[in-house]
Design a protein around this ligand. Sequence first.
Ligand SMILES: Cc1cc2nc3c(=O)[nH]c(=O)nc-3n(C[C@H](O)[C@H](O)[C@H](O)COP(=O)(O)OP(=O)(O)OC[C@H]3O[C@@H](n4cnc5c(N)ncnc54)[C@H](O)[C@@H]3O)c2cc1C
Length: 421
Amino acid sequence: MPNKPLAIVIGAGPAGLMAAERLALGGFDVEVFDAMPSAGRKFLLAGKSGMNLTHAENLESFLGRFGHASPSLERALKLFPPAAIRDWAQGLGVETFVGSSGRVFPTDMKAAPLLRAWLHRLRQSGVRFFMRHRWLGFSQYRTYRFQTADGEIEKEAAIAVLALGGASWARLGSDGRWFDYFDRSQITLHPFKPSNCGFECKWSEHFSSKFSGSPLTKVGLQIRTVKEHDEYRIGQFVVSEHGVEGSLIYAFSADIRDLIERDGKATIELDLTPDRSEERILSELNSGRGARSWSSFLRSKLSLHPVHIGLLYEALEKDQMQDVEVLASTIKRLPLILDRARPIDEAISSAGGLCFSELDSDLMMKHFPSVYCAGEMLDWEAPTGGYLLSACLATGYLAGEAGCAFLQNSFAGMMNEGQDV
Ligand SMILES: Cc1cc2nc3c(=O)[nH]c(=O)nc-3n(C[C@H](O)[C@H](O)[C@H](O)COP(=O)(O)OP(=O)(O)OC[C@H]3O[C@@H](n4cnc5c(N)ncnc54)[C@H](O)[C@@H]3O)c2cc1C
């Protein structure tokens, strides 16, 4: 309708779709642009391994998961908190449940039914989608350049929400190329870094070929962070061909990454038997193994699996394996030196991006009034556990709501008079 101002959203991931939803509910004309042939590709991938939509812990702990960015995200996360995300999913016909760890999942664990219902509702409310439209930057104030199959076009809009994603899984659209569309002499951007990612270490050929893909289901991980804090957590991870990956490693990925950045390497210590003290292990080891090999003795006495024993052989020389005191202390504190993060494109998410100092409290760009930003393109990071999607949805929600208020204030008179805007 000509008398409605046009709001455009660039990026059809969860952050952009949420912004589009709020703008459409505000009664504005909404168009969504994305470089890919279809919307929400990374969102769909997140559903492949069981979509973790949000987290049910108390709001204070929840806010604490966003580290240094917590104050910048607080307004959005309080405006659209985890309980509201669950209600929103229910409104789309998707029930959720709280898992034993407090993580919230759709009952079918999938993303596809939620995305399908969401896109349907958006289209019903008048939102128009333009796929295969790559934003190339601004041409002038309120004019946006897009690359399409038919060449370059320009689009004028009263406001825009940029929700361009981070820099992992480029083949799903989140390629971080938008970084170059900003004039960095004007706009502060922090370089992208892998977050919630695997790390590389130097396995022996024997260990890597035998144990690559093996899970360690209940191990402790201790690390001394760059701030000299000792952190310890129990969880699980997987031995990969090049190193380690999985939830326990992801939980410490920011700390490990920061140590590697500072020291060129990070040492983590693994506790292979979190339920047994070192004294108890020592007494078991001293109880005598008879004619049994060390491997079969360690398996039966301490319930260690072959992958645990393989790790011990990676860390110790043969003669050290015979020294029960060295062995007991290594079972409790097995050092693993991590050399580098796996490539950012493999990471679950990325840190870095557009700095919050470029935005006002409504997530509007200070240099470009009427341009809002949301989602993973902003400079924050959080562990897995539903925090990533929560912050994307919440910042999309805030950008959409703030965009509505901006449009109402700027165009109220014209809209009332039915003038073209
Ligand atoms: C394997 C995997 C599992 C995950 N599981 C979970 C989970 O269970 N829970 C959780 O909370 N999070 C999970 N995540 C993270 C979550 O998917 C992302 O944080 C989230 O999708 C980011 O949302 P976004 O809208 O900010 O960006 P994206 O989803 O990355 O969307 C950005 C969109 O912008 C488009 N775009 C980029 N540049 C341009 C341009 N120049 N012009 C036009 N369009 C452009 C892209 O094509 C894309 O569609 C997972 C991620 C991965 C990789």
